[in-house]
Design a binder for this molecule. Structure first.
Ligand SMILES: Cc1cc2nc3c(=O)[nH]c(=O)nc-3n(C[C@H](O)[C@H](O)[C@H](O)COP(=O)(O)O)c2cc1C
Length: 174
């Protein structure tokens, strides 16, 4: 494994919201799902369930349950990540599975964007999700049709978020 390449994938992941009208082949969809399945989790509970959505009609319908989900109908596929939300780590674990899938997709040349389904009850009903599971996030995937972004990445600087040894000891990394 060339570790530099892994790092490049991690550091260059940005969200993609405009998708080419080109399906992602099944074998790549499978690899993305595998990346989610193989994520680590607290006590190895693997609390997640994943719903794969590829039918355009269903992507369109599902987009009605998010306030910022206009790009969802144009995705090649989407994955909804569900957890029981019973243990304190469940959502963290869901995030690990979600990020694994998005990074794997990025490594395979596939763009993605997490989408919140604000009308969770509506989304759950539509997807036949049992009451005891929470829809943590929906992730849209597809080949990018976006222009390459220019300029700096919109992120806080390290000195805005980093504390040395104890909270409040701020400064610069040497
Ligand atoms: C939990 C979560 C929910 C998000 N929900 C949405 C959403 O509903 N719609 C959307 O367009 N982007 C959504 N995003 C994407 C964020 O807006 C994005 O990660 C952030 O703006 C950084 O984007 P960039 O990596 O392209 O700079 C969500 C991200 C996360 C982590």
């Amino acid at each position: 494994m060339v570790h530099e390449d892994v790092l490049k994938v991690i550091l260059s992941k940005r969200e993609t919201r405009i998708y080419a009208d080109k399906p992602v082949p099944d074998e790549l969809v499978f690899k993305v799902l595998e990346a989610g399945r193989l994520a680590g989790s607290a006590k190895n509970r693997q609390p997640w369930q994943l719903i794969l959505i590829r039918d355009k009609k269903n992507l369109q319908e599902l987009s009605r349950f998010g306030n910022y989900a206009h790009h969802l109908p144009h995705a090649s596929f989407a994955v909804v990540v569900l957890v029981p939300d019973k243990y304190v780590h469940d959502r963290f674990d869901a995030g690990r599975a979600a990020q694994n899938m998005m990074l794997a997709a990025h490594a395979l040349g596939i763009g993605s964007c997490p989408i919140t389904l604000q009308d969770e009850e509506g989304a759950k009903k539509f997807l036949n999700v049992p009451q005891d599971l929470k829809t943590v996030v929906c992730i849209a995937f597809g080949y990018s049709a976006e222009e390459k972004r220019k300029g700096k990445v919109a992120r806080k600087q390290l000195d805005e978020i980093l504390h040395f040894e104890k909270y409040g000891n701020v400064g610069m990394m040497t």
